[in-house]
Design a binder for this molecule. Structure first.
Ligand code: ADE
Ligand code: ZN
Length: 324
């Protein structure tokens, strides 16, 4: 099974590029930018990666990304992950990034975009890896700010595939971002949102009805609402489930308690992703292996999950046909 999972051409739909920042690269970028980290060694950083819920994780995630300052930093961050993903047998990934988290620190949108887009180009030319780009908005910041960032991104609209919604979920319902998402729709961008990770099933309904999302990131709490499960199953809405993330953030106690098998039994359109691999104990391969160990899935199940992801990934028609 190990060999099968390595060789399976995997597609990752839910990945925060800032969440791929490994401590080794954090040190390299800190030194390059003359930043003193509050840690002396890589091991100290790893030891500090302790959190038991989403807000606890987000504090470390936003702190860690402070070493990202120049377009070269963003390029190196993305390229480092693309090479790792390629080695793990990933053939396509859709990457979220958080522009507001960088603008707030005085990093320009141009630096962020140039770095990420040049890495995408390099990956697509030098690796068998295609990359979709999702501009994500921070739901714990005002919707007006998100709208202004979307407008500011006009020189890059043609290079974006979608908008997303992430950060602290509880108390920040999707509906507040309806105007941002309707503007994105006007621009021809696809729409996705985190919902039903820590937040209630109602947030999934809001994301569908008020934001018009075509994919729900996480969505695991849908099982709390039978009518919603039926709707998601009837409409075959893609859910980008992140098993190791859910364990790390205490959404479930251990993987054996995860609702993934129940989600499959309910006929939901499930896919597997890593979310923030530097923080949650591994990338696509580790997530697939963990699912095998916890659920004993057979090859046919992993093929089905991969097919689900290929069909929903932000890629060209030709690329999709190649991968199917
Ligand atoms: N930003 C990065 N990772 C996230 C997650 N798992 N949930 C919400 N926002 C995030
Ligand atoms: Zn996420």
């Amino acid at each position: 099974m190990q060999d099968f999972l390595q060789q399976l051409p995997k597609v990752e739909l839910h990945l925060h590029i800032e969440g791929t920042l490994e401590p080794e690269l954090m040190f390299k970028l800190a030194s390059r930018n003359g930043i003193t980290l509050p840690y002396a060694t890589v091991d100290e950083v790893r030891d500090a990666y302790r959190f038991d819920d989403l807000p606890g994780f987000l504090a470390l995630y936003f702190q860690g990304m402070d070493v990202l300052r120049t377009s070269q930093d963003f390029h190196d961050l993305a390229m480092t992950y693309f090479m790792r993903a390629h080695e793990e047998g990933v053939v396509h990934l859709d990457m979220h990034f958080d522009p507001q988290a960088h603008l707030q620190r005085g990093v320009t949108l141009e630096a962020v975009m140039q770095g990420l887009l040049s890495a995408r180009q390099e990956a697509e030319q030098s690796l068998d890896l295609t990359v979709g780009v999702i501009m994500a908005f921070l739901r714990d910041r005002p919707a007006d700010e998100a709208l202004a960032v979307l407008e500011q991104a006009s020189p890059f609209w043609s290079q974006l595939d979608a908008v997303g919604l992430d950060s602290a979920e509880n108390g920040n319902p999707p509906g507040e971002f309806a105007s941002v998402f309707s503007r994105a729709a006007e621009l021809g961008l696809a729409r996705v949102a985190h919902a039903g990770e820590e937040g209630p099933a109602d947030y999934i309904i809001e994301a569908l009805d008020m934001l018009g999302v075509e994919r729900v990131d996480h969505g695991v709490r849908c099982l709390e609402d039978e009518t919603l499960v039926k709707r998601l199953s009837d409409e075959q809405t893609v859910l980008t489930v992140c098993p190791l993330s859910n364990v790390s953030l205490g959404v479930v106690k251990e993987l054996g308690d995860h609702p993934l098998p129940a989600m499959l039994d309910a006929g939901l359109n499930v896919t597997i992703s890593s979310d923030d691999p530097a923080y949650f104990g591994g990338g696509m391969l580790a997530n697939h292996q963990a699912c095998f160990e916890a659920f004993g899935w057979d090859e046919a199940t992993f093929y089905q999950l991969t097919r689900n992801a290929i069909e929903a990934g932000f890629m060209s028609r030709d690329r999709r046909a190649d991968l199917l």
